[in-house]
Each structure stands twice: as structure tokens, then as C-alpha cells.
Unconditional design. Structure first.
Length: 388
């Protein structure tokens, strides 16, 4: 589990008509070789690939939890045509009406995708800008091929024939149901609740279920309650809410048992990269299967200083607290420094630096200076392990 409670969610739920469903069926992929290897950059629990559109190189998120997305700037540069408009809902339940278009050609190394349906979005939030996200290779695009992925090896491979991938050692096979935009959904059973989890390579966490699918009063498992907003969707952070972390006795994915997994609650139900990085995995839209080959074990720990912060208007603001912890901080405290490193007078470059390489990383204790209601306060806070 992540040591620092901050997640970037780029999951899009699309409200589509029958016309919208056909829109995501369109397009094709051409390969130069039977198996194409793509350069993957896996950083901050997110997978990125370089794409070539009209001779220009962009960075795209490889995100099975979303349809293909291009930035407004790409849409304008290519002078693309609007096919229709439709409402898009992100992981925080924020809604906006977006343009749907068709991109004539997207090259990913030696793979050429033609006539790909895409959503046009303003990718302007600080998290998008710091990660330099120009768009998303989404599920509707992925569904044209078979994919083999290993985050630990920074490797993505693609083929048109599943037989080109050896499945030796891929002992766990999960069935999924694709949504109209092709995002895979896996049946799960958590605390005797049947839950649909989106298989989401754009989600940095492990397993997240919606708040309505968890009742802290009726379960015997130990839990930790938080308040605030520790995650970001495509259209922003959403409203503060009470959420939980808990460790069920077992987690069933498509009736297959997984032990020692920490589950969180939030606005959406997702299976993300903290879980997937333990495996090599193959995504197969022809048979609607995910094949898992276990390659690593990561300890399932929930460690935190009892709070989370985001950079809002170039200021570090406390946005989430662990309820019942002994943290002296409050929501909306402005963090002036951590370990005597100033977080005042920041610009975009410094915000991006501290967003991607947190000062508190790999520390067991921090000193922190905050401003609250005009007063400057100093605290020393120790990291704590929860759900031991």
C-alpha cells in the first residue's frame, strides 16, 4: 500500500447512447511485427507511453479505466471535427459535457492506430501539468490488440494474435465484462458484498470500493476513517467526504481468493496499480480475460503521518485527515515548510518537484510549520502504521 495518502485518479465513466457505443467500436490497429514492444515509463504508480501524432511527440497515460482522450490543444492543432457532444463523469462524480472526435492516426512506437474515437478534454489541473499528460491511450484503443504488461520491467507488448504470448505461469485468470467504452469490469466479493471493480491502469491505489458498498457499523473488520479528499479525478478533486481503509479476511476477484489486501472506499470501485504491479498481466478483449503471472510480493501496509496535502494555487494545503489519529493538523492548514524545506512562494516548477518527489518520502518523522487563521504553528509528527 502507498505510504503517503495521495492518489491521482484518471478514471472516466461515460454516459453513452447506442450511437456512443458504436463510436467506441470504430478504429483499427496496424503492427509492423507480430509482437511490438513499447517503451513504458512507470512513475508514481502510473504508466506512460510516448505517442506520435502528426509528427509531434506527446506523453499519454496508458489507462484501461478510461476511453482514449486527447487534449484540447491537440484537437485544435489538428483542426479535428466534432462528431458529437456528451456528458462525461469522472471518478469523483464530477460531470462535464465534452466533445467527441476521431483522430485519423496515432502512432505508438511501431503500432499505428487509425480512426480512433477520442474525447477532447482540458488537461489543465496541476497534477496533469506536472505529469505532462497530453492524453490517454484508453480501453477502446487497447481493445484492438492483446497486451502484455510488466511495470517492474517497464514493458508493454502488443500483438494481434494471443498465441504470440506464452501464458505459462499465468495461473490466475479473471473474466471481465467490458463497458461500452471497453473498460473492463471484474466481479468481486468483499465482506459478502458483490461489487463491480473497474480494472484501471490509471488508478494508483490497490482496491477501492464506493462508500455506499461499505458499512463501518456492520462489519467486524478493523477500519481507519478519514475525512477530506485524498484523490483527484479528471475534472478536479471533488467534495470532502468520510472514507475508510480496511483489511478484509479475503478478497475474491472473479471467485479467486487474494489475501492480505488493504481496501479503501471512495466515489468509485476500482482495481489499480498497487495491486497490478505484483504481476505480469495480459489483457484480452477477444475473450474478455485478464491473465496474471505473480512476479513480486509487496507488504500490505498502510503507513501515514495522519494527513494528506495537495498543491492548490501554488500553496500546500492539508486536504485529508485520519480521524482519531493524534495529528495536530486541520483541514485547510497551509503548510509553510516540511523539515525546514520551504513550501512558500512556489512556482509551477517547484510544485511539480515536490508533487513528484515528496519531502516526507522515506521519513519516519517530520517537522512541519503551518499557517492557521493567521497564526504560524510548529509540530513534529511521527509516521504511524494503521491496520496492523
Amino acid at each position: 500500500m502507498r505510504k503517503y495518502i495521495f492518489l491521482v485518479l484518471l478514471f472516466l465513466t461515460i454516459i453513452v447512447s447506442a450511437q456512443g457505443k458504436r463510436f467506441f467500436e470504430n478504429g483499427e490497429a496496424e503492427l509492423k511485427n507480430p509482437v511490438e514492444k513499447i517503451n513504458l515509463t512507470y512513475i508514481n504508480e502510473l504508466p506512460f507511453v510516448k505517442v506520435n501524432i502528426n509528427g509531434k511527440i506527446y506523453q499519454f497515460l496508458f489507462d484501461s479505466g478510461a476511453p482514449t482522450v486527447i487534449s484540447t490543444s491537440i484537437y485544435n492543432e489538428l483542426n479535428l471535427k466534432k462528431k458529437h457532444r456528451s456528458k462525461v463523469t469522472d471518478s469523483k462524480k464530477n460531470k462535464q459535457e465534452q466533445i467527441f472526435t476521431v483522430v485519423p492516426e496515432i502512432k505508438v512506437d511501431q503500432i499505428t492506430f487509425k480512426n480512433t474515437g477520442a474525447i477532447v478534454m482540458d488537461l489543465k489541473g496541476i497534477e496533469f501539468e506536472c505529469f505532462k499528460i497530453d492524453g490517454i491511450i484508453g480501453a477502446n484503443q487497447m481493445a484492438k490488440l492483446f497486451w502484455r504488461i510488466s511495470y517492474s520491467e517497464n514493458s508493454i507488448e502488443a500483438t494481434k494474435e494471443l498465441a504470440n504470448f506464452s501464458k505459462e505461469g499465468y495461473e490466475t485468470v479473471l473474466s471481465f465484462t467490458p463497458k461500452p467504452q471497453k473498460t473492463p469490469v471484474i466481479k468481486a466479493n468483499i465482506l459478502d458484498e458483490k461489487i463491480d471493480l473497474t480494472f484501471d491502469t490509471g488508478f494508483t491505489g490497490t482496491v477501492r470500493i464506493s462508500n455506499k458498498e461499505y458499512d463501518s457499523k456492520n462489519t467486524k473488520v478493523k477500519f481507519v476513517e478519514t475525512y477530506g479528499t485524498g484523490s483527484v479525478g479528471a475534472f478536479g478533486a471533488g467534495k470532502s467526504e468520510i472514507s475508510y481503509y480496511f483489511k478484509p479476511n479475503e478478497l475474491l476477484l472473479d471467485d479467486q481468493k487474494f489475501d492480505d489486501e488493504i481496501v479503501s472506499t471512495g466515489s468509485s470501485s476500482l482495481l489499480g496499480n498497487e495491486f497490478l504491479k505484483k504481476f505480469r498481466f495480459i489483457m484480452d478483449w477477444e475473450n474478455n480475460k485478464i491473465y496474471l503471472n505473480k512476479i513480486k510480493n509487496y507488504p500490505s501496509k498502510l503507513e501515514s503521518f495522519g494527513f494528506a496535502y495537495r498543491f492548490i494555487d501554488y500553496k500546500a494545503k492539508v486536504v485529508l485527515l485520519f480521524n482519531g489519529s493524534d495529528t495536530p493538523l486541520k483541514i485547510d492548514d497551509e503548510i509553510l515548510s516540511i523539515n525546514n524545506i520551504s513550501l512558500e512562494n512556489l512556482n509551477q516548477e517547484s510544485v511539480c518537484k515536490y508533487l513528484q518527489d515528496r519531502i516526507e518520502k522515506n521519513r519516519d518523522s517530520i517537522t512541519i510549520k503551518v499557517k492557521r487563521e493567521g497564526k504560524v504553528l510548529d509540530f513534529t509528527i511521527a509516521k504511524k502504521e494503521y491496520l496492523k
